[in-house]
Ligand binder design. Structure first.
Ligand code: OAD
Length: 225
């Protein structure tokens, strides 16, 4: 089981949220990532996500994404990601659960199950779903439920190794997933930052950037298989 956050894609050129220079330094969550922001100023919300989408189209999977895809040669790998990019998919991983939505899709304002591919130039005011309502980014905003959590909790509870990559583990409910690992299951956390949790007495910390540390970890695991 691999649980990823924004640090996973940092070396693909996509900014994290809370590091110095991160996305939440230049943008207020309340302005761009809540249902209230969408009601108040949909243009600003679309500008923010269209820019994320534009950058994603120029980004490529990095060595960490590619290494995780290779791990499937010998292991049953399930990825749960908080990331809204499609770099795990493009690297070739097969089992990916997106907790916070996907930049490459948009959806109806009226029915969250009516989902479309994102138009190549992003979403504009006036782009409508089949019911005639404005389309919105297929993103889980702050204050909204996380529909994939139940499935994610089940998957983590079944894991026999949990690898956590590039997440500050600050945003709930996603961050709580690590507590679903069965007692005794090894937890490896790959992140260049400090671990600020007492629970992590239980975890092995691999300190460094994902594109460097994950290919090494994957080689070790493949050698053990
Ligand atoms: P954060 O920005 O909170 O945390 C990024 C983590 O990546 C930090 O722990 C960094 O130390 C680590 N990091 C930075 N560079 C790295 C690298 N090259 N390799 C590995 N790790 C690196 O991002 P998330 O934890 O993903 O949600 O944030 C969680 C959620 O908060 C996001 O999904 C998003 C955001 O607001 C929504 O928008 C709903």
């Amino acid at each position: 089981m691999v649980f990823t956050g924004a640090g996973m894609s940092a070396e693909s050129g996509l900014k994290t949220f809370r590091d110095s220079g991160g996305l939440w330094e230049d943008h207020r969550i309340d302005d761009v990532a809540t249902p209230e922001a969408w009601k108040r100023n949909p243009e600003m919300v679309l500008r923010f996500y269209n820019e994320r989408y534009r950058q994603l189209r120029q980004a490529e999977p990095n060595g960490a994404h590619l290494a995780l895809a290779k791990l499937e040669a010998a292991y049953n790998v399930q990825i749960i990601t908080q990331n809204v990019d499609d770099l795990h998919e493009r690297a070739g991983s097969c089992n990916i659960l997106h907790l916070h939505g996907e930049l490459t899709k948009c959806r109806s304002n009226l029915d969250e199950n009516v989902i479309y591919p994102m138009p190549p130039s992003g979403l504009q005011i006036g782009d409508l779903c089949k019911f005639g309502s404005q389309l919105r980014p297929h993103i889980v905003w702050f204050g909204e439920p996380v529909p994939a959590m139940i499935q994610a909790e089940k998957l983590v509870a079944e894991a026999d190794l949990l690898i956590v990559i590039g997440t500050s583990l600050i945003v709930y409910p996603a961050a709580g997933l690590v507590f679903q690992a069965k007692p005794g299951v090894e937890i490896i956390i790959a992140d260049p930052g400090e671990l600020n949790y007492t629970l992590w007495d239980r975890a092995k910390h691999i300190r460094g950037n994902a594109a460097t540390t994950i290919p090494i970890l994957v080689e070790e695991l493949l050698n053990k298989a």
